[in-house]
Design a protein around this ligand. Structure first.
Ligand code: ZN
Ligand code: ZN
Ligand code: ZN
Ligand code: ZN
Ligand code: ZN
Ligand code: ZN
Length: 249
């Protein structure tokens, strides 16, 4: 610091004294200019850098139903808030659970949102075994529900209606997917289709007892014996058997 400046004080040009060259980092008079491609300002006199606000542009990513923001200056990216119009985002098309505008469809037990098109079932109005609204029978209804839930429904309603189901694919779903053994077993009891019984008997992810139960239901004597034998095979025998099955034996 020069003597003159000590006595009379500095002669500032922005953050720098033009007389002695002293730079004050704490000056309020830096000459900030933007840094190209960065959200930063730099003092053209002393080189001090400070952050600068991003310039966000928000776009809707319709494929992923996300609102994305990116900075026009530095390119930084991030998630942005959706722009909700009732239940749908105007920008990206995302749908939320609230603020739907549901209307019941004529002759159906389904309501549909007039804004986003989301549909959901409503309770049937039973008159005996038939819904007065959509005319579905109770039996069909239970079958549909069971297909949707892949057997999960039986954990809450019990086994009693499994016995009413004839659809073999549905029974297979229940036998494969129901969590409770007694439910799977109940479904298996009503399976008569040969291919399904064989596929269950040969499914090594299933319990031994369950596979035996399935195999025992195969009508054809020779086929039943062959499948039963395959269940008790050692791993070596089993791979031999598998390759025979594959080659169409
Ligand atoms: Zn000075
Ligand atoms: Zn400066
Ligand atoms: Zn930026
Ligand atoms: Zn959005
Ligand atoms: Zn909606
Ligand atoms: Zn209905």
């Amino acid at each position: 610091m020069g003597l003159y400046c000590t006595i009379f004080g500095h002669k500032w040009n922005g953050c720098k004294c033009v007389r002695c060259g002293f730079v004050s980092q704490h000056s309020n008079n830096h000459h900030y200019v933007p840094v190209e491609g960065k959200c930063q300002l730099v003092c053209s006199i002393c080189g001090k850098k400070v952050p600068r606000q991003h310039k966000w542009v928000i776009v809707g990513d319709k494929a992923n139903k996300e609102c994305i923001k990116y900075c026009e200056i530095c390119g930084e990216k991030g998630k942005a808030e959706h722009k909700w119009n009732k239940c749908i985002c105007e920008r990206c098309g995302a749908i939320r659970k609230s603020e739907h505008d549901f209307h019941i469809l004529e002759g159906e037990c389904i309501e549909k949102c007039s804004i986003c098109g989301t549909t959901r079932p409503i309770a049937h109005k039973w008159a005996g075994d038939v819904c007065i609204n959509c005319h579905i029978s109770k039996k069909t209804y239970f079958e549909q529900r069971a297909l949707e839930a892949q057997g999960a429904i039986y954990e809450t309603t019990g086994c009693d209606i499994v016995g009413e189901i004839e659809d073999q694919t549905l029974l297979q779903n229940i036998a494969n997917n129901a969590k409770l053994y007694r439910v799977r077993s109940e479904a298996l009891k009503h399976i008569i289709k040969r291919e399904i019984l064989i596929s269950i008997a040969q499914d090594r992810s299933k319990d031994y007892d369950f596979r035996i139960e399935a195999a025992n239901k195969i009508k054809d004597d020779a086929e039943r014996k062959k499948v039963l034998a395959s269940i008790s095979m050692s791993p070596g025998e089993q791979s031999q058997y598998d390759s025979e099955v594959k080659s169409g034996l």
